[in-house]
Design a protein around this ligand. Sequence first.
Ligand code: UD1
Ligand code: UDP
Length: 374
Amino acid sequence: MAAPRKILTVFGTRPEAIKLFPLVHRLARDDRFIGRVCISAQHREMLDQVLDIAGIVPDHDLDLMTPGQTLDALTARALVEIGKVLDLEQPDWVVVQGDTTTVMAGAIAAYYRKIPVCHVEAGLRSGDIHHPWPEEVNRRVVGSFAALHCAPTTTARDALLRENVDPAIVHVTGNTVIDALQWVTARVDNRLALADGLRALEERFAGRRIIGVTSHRRENFGEGMQAIAKAVKSIASRQDVAVIFPVHLNPQVRAVMKVELAGLDNVALLEPLDYPQFARLLDISHLMLTDSGGVQEEAPALGKPVLVMRETTERPEGIAAGTARLVGTDADRIVRETNRLLDDPAAYAAMAQAHNPFGDGHAAERIADLLAAS
Ligand code: UD1
Ligand code: UDP
């Protein structure tokens, strides 16, 4: 048997951890690999929530997060500090996922050392470098030199082929978010206690339809966040709904939501939920309002209508499947589209169909096989 390959998985934020834990689990139990994990900790509490649930103890924790961090300072520190880990570990492959600062800096640090990069969730494109910002450019940078592109869907694969990436190194694997969601859903079902935190709210809001909300995109800071808050407040003026809104720890998000949505009886502003509890929130929600990437993938899998509060999306599959709808960040439009789903049963039923355009729960397995064969 060939010597095991050393794979260093590098990540830094909540969504990367969620989408990489299935692969980290797999690499750890597969003799073909020596799995190592480096976290930049671009996020701290929100990342640790996922590591705890997934039982991952990183080999390297760079602890980079600072309050209100800027893009350039974080990028500079991530590049230097991840580089040091690469020099120490000298892996055969570096694996990154998605489009955050950690992904871009980690991939470049690997490229500077001529270590091949495997890009998980490759090929997502909105076509607009300002939406989402800066993620569209981060993923294009990694896509320009990755040695293995794991595209979640054929749409993502085709985007890479249009950019003249060698078809031999582009593979459709499905999105590991479905692996993660299945793993965690099984745990919530089996160990209900994990989702206990939401139970009191479910009782308090019994008889009302729950609307789950998340928002955090940088391009929405300022005006966009104010508009989202205004829309949520207006929706909450209906007595037949309740809003559950786990608020992202970014101070730019909290400053707005904590002021604009304070003191409303049927709006619960929560701290970020751990993944099993968030899966439970998806489950009990009538519909989701979000600007999140991951939630756009999870909601269709669970048949939950999702109104995407963004101008563009790199995930057209949810829209094509009919479960997601792009509504932008105009407050009136968000309210109008939400009311339509609340008041028109046919419109609601048309969206509330489970679809799985993003994967079958076996993406991590496919990526591991590709890493072994490449
Ligand atoms: C980052 C990613 C974004 C991803 C999002 C997922 C970049 C440029 N942005 O955005 O692509 O969609 O994560 O959530 O890479 N904070 C905490 N504790 C935490 C996490 C964040 O206090 O656990 C606060 C800190 O003040 C931190 C700030 O939020 O400085 C911003 O964090 P950062 O990772 O720079 O940006 P996000 O908006 O979280
Ligand atoms: N999520 C979570 N707790 C929360 C909100 C979201 O566990 O309180 C999960 C969600 O299920 C999804 C991921 O975090 O898998 C999305 O992260 P986020 O919206 O921060 O980032 P994005 O996907 O937009 O990059």
